[in-house]
Design a protein. Sequence first.
Length: 517
Amino acid sequence: MHKKTGSLLAATPIDEPRQDVEAEFASLQAKLPGQFRRIFADHRAPRTVLVVPSMSLDADVLAHIAGVHHYEERMLCLLLLLRLPRCRVVYVSSTPIADSIVDYYLHLLPGVPYTHARRRLQMIACHDAGHRPLTSKILERPRVVARIRDAIPDLDAAHMTCFNVSELEQVLAVRLGLPIYGCDPALLAHGSKSGSRKIFRQAGIDLPPGYEDLADGEEIAEALLELKTEHPSLERAVVKLNEGFSGEGNALFRFDGAPDGASLKSWIRRQLEHLAFEAANMTWEAFGAKIEEMGAIVEAFIEGEHKRSPSGQYRIDPTGQLDVISTHDQVLGGGSGQIFLGCRFPADQSYRLEVQEAGRRAAVVLRDHGVLGRFGVDFISVPEADGWRHYAIEINLRKGGTTHPFLMLQFLTDGQYDPEDGLFYTAAGQPRCYYASDNLENPVYRRLTPDDLIDVAVTNDLHFHGAGQQGVAFHLIGALPEFGKLGVLCVGDSETSANRFYEQTIAVLDRECRRRE
């Protein structure tokens, strides 16, 4: 299995021998179950949560996502943990996050005075806007590490939470003496594209025909040949980097004009240079180099005029308890509909419990392998004569684009998900749906600063209303002035009302920007 995290580690000066880090990390993680039993169920128990929203993934793949360094702001939803009266939050970022953005989140807290919450929050910045992972920047700055440690009064009542856990986060955990509520890097291969296919087979879940653990262009060509030979009517296939992110590591291969017989393989080799890459400005040379670095898979492209892309979210806690968290319908775009743009909760009623159960079977296998924390299982679903057929395509052993909207919904309403019907209910027992996007993008939005956005929201009543427990909440606010991009969560009592909030938000932003023009 190819490993990518080693390249991240090599780019950061690390003094500790890997064997020592792994042993110490295992010792820290062994403390987490006891801490979980002692603290997590008691809302009044003192605790500290260190939030390190580093996207410790392949830098070249991430570079194709507009405003990616602002994605550290997506985990600002965890500031709402300050609703717990004795919880402290330490939030680390590459660059300082504007006070107006922090204030925006704190004012969303239900029933907690702003000043009380602010005293229990410490924001720490590396003042480094470079494209390397945040955790790498932290490790290079011993004084930042010391400031983080000094902000944690009791290590035995603290843990770290991250977007994803690579070997970088493992080293940071050891230096701080903190366990991580997340997956051990030694298990991350199970969440790669190749590892996902193996888990799906172990769980007995349908998956697209294909091949994994491919190491170079020659093996890609051979896999495409075998796939076409086994499925002569196949029109398209997908080549996916093992560690691709949000669809940016995918490329579409078309069999249009493919010859029969012995010349097929050489034709396939030539066509690799003309792959339809989802990432902008990607070339075969760069893509091929990534295949050699991290490995790839080839699988059949699932055709269908009305296909959907649902996903299920799960959590394995430190005691081994497996919980179903939610289901979503992903909103996809890009050249062939493989780029994650947003999501709808819950997934369609006609299949959400089927998706939930299929994903749960994969989650059981992952639990048996020792996986910890939140993760998602993605599907492609197509209607057939007797119902929907679901093909499992990916496991994300990390937080993702569906994580922060759902956490926001939980924190804002104090409600919970019911796995019996796949719906979310507020504390008062009212169902709630939402539409969420990380890609509300328009060049004219660059005219808005974070302060402008908040002013527009106040003036036009674009709020989450605590009394009715419906409305709009923004995220990725810091990306506005530079990229004209932000995220939005629109919560309603039905899918229709959630969509209406989203349409209203776009209409208001467009109108306000035209007014300024």
